[in-house]
Design a protein. Structure first.
Length: 296
């Protein structure tokens, strides 16, 4: 069974517990740190987590931004995803951009109506179809699995890594404080090994094989910020460390950035600009070729 939704619940439940307890505190007021914070969070954990089943996946009519940066010695990746979800039935769009290679871009668009979704291919993927746009059948699961959607996948993976680390060692929690407008901020040191285990970034074998067990113990300082109502505002993982003769630097962040509207969704071109992938077999073949070009 996939335990990711449960672990996401756990970490966010723990954070909401802090929100409930500290919501009336003055801006900047700190709650217990270190081991005391872990004990404090644990006492509130079970009562709060049921309120957070849909904190990430069920925010509606929102825009979001996420960024990924990972450097291993001189090799690095840097990319962004901007997304929007709005309407009823809900439409979703996510726009992926490499900051290292401007040609590496692709937009994924799922209208709320109909059985078809679309992709707009950037220059790096123009060999995949004779037109800039393609259409394909929506996945059988539709939008029923929130964390399968690329617009929020970074948030889900980071929350998952925090939760797994927290369940293994409550002492990863370093502190929490209230912020203006009754927001709350939690800080924790997530072991780099949990970052890798929960696939926040999927590394090629040439890099993963060089990562030692000692390097996996290196802390990744992590900040989780919540709004006054307990909904997620931002998650950031930011670290630099060395080991085994190598240097690693990373920064992964996700934030809900505003309110979405129909203007955030793309306008489809004439049918002549859209290559139709008629069935699941054609869709699967497209994803296979896309993955080969992407190199993942």
């Amino acid at each position: 069974m996939n335990k990711r939704p449960t672990t996401i619940l756990c970490v966010l439940g723990a954070v909401l517990a802090l929100t409930t307890a500290c919501g009336q505190a003055r801006a900047g007021t700190a709650v217990p740190k270190g081991a005391d914070a872990a004990t404090y969070v644990g006492t509130k954990f079970e009562a709060a987590m049921n309120k957070l089943q849909d904190t990430i996946g069920d925010q509606r009519d929102v825009t979001s931004e996420s960024g990924a940066y990972f450097r291993f010695d001189e090799k690095y990746i840097r990319s962004t995803i901007s997304s929007a979800r709005t309407g009823s039935p809900e439409s979703r769009v996510s726009r992926h951009r490499s900051q290292k290679n401007p040609d590496d871009s692709i937009d994924w668009y799922t209208p709320g109506d109909g059985a078809v979704e679309y992709a707009y291919l950037g220059p790096a993927y123009k060999s995949l179809a004779p037109t800039p746009w393609i259409s394909m059948p929506k996945p059988e699961a539709g939008l029923a699995i929130p964390c399968a959607w690329s617009g929020i996948i970074t948030a889900c993976k980071m929350a998952d890594a925090i939760a797994v680390a927290y369940n293994a060692d409550k002492k990863i929690v370093k502190g929490a404080k209230s912020l203006p407008e009754k927001r709350i901020e939690l800080t924790a040191d997530v072991p780099f090994g949990k970052f890798l285990e929960r696939r926040v970034e999927i590394l090629p074998a040439s890099i993963s094989d060089a990562i030692t067990e000692e390097m996996k113990k290196s802390p990744v300082p992590t900040t989780v910020s919540l709004n006054a109502d307990g909904t997620l505002n931002q998650i950031v993982m930011d670290a630099k460390f060395e080991g085994g003769g190598h240097k690693i630097e990373l920064r992964y962040d996700f934030r809900f950035s505003g309110k979405a509207s129909a203007q955030d969704l793309p306008k489809l071109p004439d049918a002549a600009q859209i290559t139709v992938l008629p069935d699941k077999a054609a869709r699967d073949d497209f994803y296979r070729r896309f993955t080969e070009l992407k190199g993942v």
